[in-house]
Design a protein around this ligand. Structure first.
Ligand code: ATP
Length: 245
């Protein structure tokens, strides 16, 4: 891991008008890592990803203080498109695929404009190797896919931009356990191929099994952080997020 080469968030404050959603959050995802963000509904997890991806403004939110850096350069003032061009891509919560478009069209929409055909073809090959079902369904409307397949498509579409950092918002939400486990395996595989992953998950057990480090958010603040195995062993985390004890 090269110091300073990953994603770095310092003292981030975000508001939606008068609502303070993040109150000074600091977090690091070193290059090549999987870092998990846990927390109850409304803790600010999605807000954190939106701030990084530059999509906050689509939700009427704004960064009011702090810094977001990737590879030593600031991201905080960039448009969503510019953030993607820098190598950071978000898979939004709720697997928002274009339901009336085909699977192939959805993937094409994720490719960066201005990239060569060869690069796009290579990105597509990688996505279809990760998710062979998307090749089988290439000509089908995305709205006809199952929930799990739509999640695969949402991840695949994000990978078409060949990101160095993937921001994943609740990728297993609402999926049956078997499908959730498959998504988890793919996240592991994507990371093994060299992509840094910042993972927001309600399934704390799964997130902690994937991540090297984790952060727990409560009402806009980091209340706990550390190596994932240490958090998984902590009584507090086991009681509050793993449903044990
Ligand atoms: P969830 O899992 O429910 O999405 P979360 O941890 O991702 O929860 P956020 O969605 O980031 O939490 O929300 C953090 C806080 O910001 C909450 O108090 C929420 O009500 C508020 N919030 C989120 N989006 C908006 C918005 N567009 N306008 C106003 N307030 C918002």
């Amino acid at each position: 891991l090269v110091p300073g080469s990953g994603l770095r968030i310092r003292n981030l404050r975000v508001g939606y008008g008068p609502v303070q959603a993040l109150r000074g959050v600091s977090l690091e995802a070193p290059s090549g890592s999987v870092v998990a963000v846990l927390g109850a509904n409304g803790a600010g997890k999605s807000t954190l990803l939106r701030a990084v991806s530059g999509t906050l403004r689509f939700h009427r939110g704004a960064v009011t203080a702090g810094e977001i850096e990737y590879a030593g350069r600031p991201l905080s003032r960039l448009s969503a498109a510019a953030v993607v061009a820098r190598g950071v891509t978000q898979v939004p919560e709720g697997r928002r695929v274009f339901t009336r478009m085909t699977v192939a069209e959805n993937l094409r929409a994720g490719a960066l404009g201005g990239r060569g055909r060869k690069e796009t073809a290579a990105a597509r090959r990688r996505v279809l190797e990760l998710f062979p079902v998307l090749a089988e369904r290439a000509g089908q409307r995305a709205g006809l896919l199952s929930g799990g397949e739509q999640q695969m498509l949402a991840i695949g579409r994000a990978l078409m931009a060949r990101p160095s950092v993937l921001l994943l918002d609740e990728p297993t939400l609402g999926l049956a356990p078997l499908m959730a486990a498959r998504i988890a395996d793919t996240v592991r595989e994507i990371n093994a191929q060299g992509t840094t992953v910042l993972l927001v998950e309600q399934n704390a057990a799964m997130a902690l099994s994937l991540a090297s480090h984790a952060y727990v958010l409560e009402v806009g603040e980091v209340v706990m952080s550390g190596p994932a195995d240490e958090l998984a062993a902590s009584d507090e985390v086991r009681r509050r997020y793993l449903g044990e004890i």
